[in-house]
Design a binder for this molecule. Structure first.
Ligand SMILES: [Zn+2]
Ligand SMILES: [Zn+2]
Length: 154
């Protein structure tokens, strides 16, 4: 049997992220299940930005390396999707870092999606968003977002 190192493309890449004050540090391994640019009003309020870029990962892909005790969350009851969402932020600097749906079961399976605010990645990833959501709330000057469609199941 010939053996050797697996092709580099098969090795999941680990990427790190952190909040603004670097108290909260995390690592995501591998590719996101999907990336959604969210134009909803609540994401704008939560971040103060024109939109959020949310990376959906499996729980097993996300590891908190530091500052888990610094994370606070706001249980957002009035989301545009109607699904209550916990918005996790650093209690020191206020950066929005993670989002978790309060829905525990999704399509008959345990909902283990862990959403990462991709603006908190330490280095820009080559990923492109897969979809834009709540476009009707899009800020007028936000144009030309390059979307790469994939994972039609999500
Ligand atoms: Zn912080
Ligand atoms: Zn949103």
């Amino acid at each position: 049997m010939a053996s050797g190192p697996p092709p580099t493309s098969a090795v999941p890449v680990a990427r790190t992220g952190s909040c603004l004050c670097r108290a909260v540090k995390y690592e995501v391994t591998g590719e996101p299940v999907t990336i959604r640019v969210c134009h909803c009003g609540n994401c704008k309020k939560a971040t103060g930005a024109a939109f959020m870029t949310n990376g959906f990962f499996k729980e097993s892909q996300v590891r908190i390396l530091a500052g888990e005790d610094m994370l606070k969350f706001y249980a957002d009851p009035g989301t545009a999707s109607g699904t209550p969402l916990n918005r996790y932020f650093c209690g020191n600097c206020g950066s929005n870092v993670f989002l978790r749906s309060q829905i525990k079961v999704l399509n008959g399976k345990k909902n283990d999606l862990h959403i990462v605010a991709l603006g908190t990645l330490d280095e820009v990833a080559e990923w492109k968003p897969n979809t834009e959501i709540f476009k009707e709330q899009k800020t007028h000057f936000v144009t030309g977002i390059e979307v790469q469609t994939r994972n039609p199941k999500l």
